[in-house]
Design a protein around this ligand. Structure first.
Ligand SMILES: CC(C)(COP(=O)(O)OP(=O)(O)OC[C@H]1O[C@@H](n2cnc3c(N)ncnc32)[C@H](O)[C@@H]1OP(=O)(O)O)[C@@H](O)C(=O)NCCC(=O)NCCS
Length: 217
């Protein structure tokens, strides 16, 4: 078992077409993921979804130092319960919940993975990866930001605003994955400038045009 300091999750960033992400049958991803994969109309979207799931499966297996075939995905949604095709990622190991807190995010052909081994059951983790070019849209500030976040944006130089918007959005999604709510919660009511346990991912270099955030609580 790899030693992991509880409050410093292991992070891994991979390209979704990385040859280190093995070709794995849909079956290994579990029935709910198989059903979701088959619903994608665009084959490229299906492949990215599967590659992200496979990357997380192998990442979890390496953190636990077990063969990936021993892990059975079990995604839990706070609304729909266990065994879903969506929600918080998790795995069963030999019939019981694998002792892991996990989170994952895909953007622009990359997947960011985060995990804590032997996390206390209540530990929650959220990561989000965003492309600075794609995170925002016309009217974004109005629907996504709090008054304090808008003031922050108006206090910085124009040319930094788009990357800061993406950074704020990554923080919101990381936090909402950590709580499990996702975008069921109104992001414009969640101020992420200074929340305990929430931070930008700075410990590893990200490719140009990507920002990431991590929430632990
Ligand atoms: C969580 C959410 C904000 C992430 O969306 P995104 O930016 O499009 O995608 P990302 O690649 O960054 O993250 C997706 C990953 O977040 C994780 N995730 C999804 N929902 C999650 C939740 N409720 N709690 C924690 N993690 C969650 C999964 O690992 C998912 O990976 P998958 O696509 O392989 O299933 C968005 O999916 C959401 O708001 N979901 C809640 C609403 C919902 O799921 N409704 C469905 C029926 S209840």
């Amino acid at each position: 078992m790899k030693g992991v300091v509880m409050d410093s999750p292991v992070l891994d960033l991979r390209q979704l077409h990385d040859p280190r992400i093995p070709d794995t049958s849909l079956e290994a991803l579990g029935k709910p993921a198989e059903r979701r994969a088959l619903r994608y109309a665009n084959p490229a979207d299906r492949e990215e979804f599967m590659a992200g799931r496979v990357a997380l499966l192998y990442f979890a297996a390496s953190l636990l130092d077990v063969d990936p075939t021993r892990l059975v995905p079990d995604y839990r949604c706070p609304r729909c319960g266990p065994g879903q095709d969506h929600g918080r990622p998790g795995f069963m190991l030999d019939g019981g919940p694998a002792p892991l807190a996990l989170s994952a995010s895909r953007a622009s052909g990359w997947v960011l993975l985060a995990g804590v081994v032997h996390a206390p059951e209540e530990l929650r983790l959220g990561v989000d990866l965003e492309s600075t070019g794609k995170a925002t849209f016309e009217g974004f500030d109005g629907v996504a930001l709090t008054a304090a976040e808008k003031r922050f944006l108006s206090s910085i130089p124009d040319q930094e605003r788009d990357s800061q918007r993406a950074r704020l959005w990554a923080r919101k999604e990381a936090w909402l994955k950590m709580t499990g709510e996702g975008l069921r919660r109104n992001p414009a009511g969640l101020d992420v400038l200074d929340l305990p346990g929430l931070r930008d991912v700075t410990e590893r270099a990200l490719p140009d045009g990507l920002v990431a955030a991590l929430a632990l609580g």
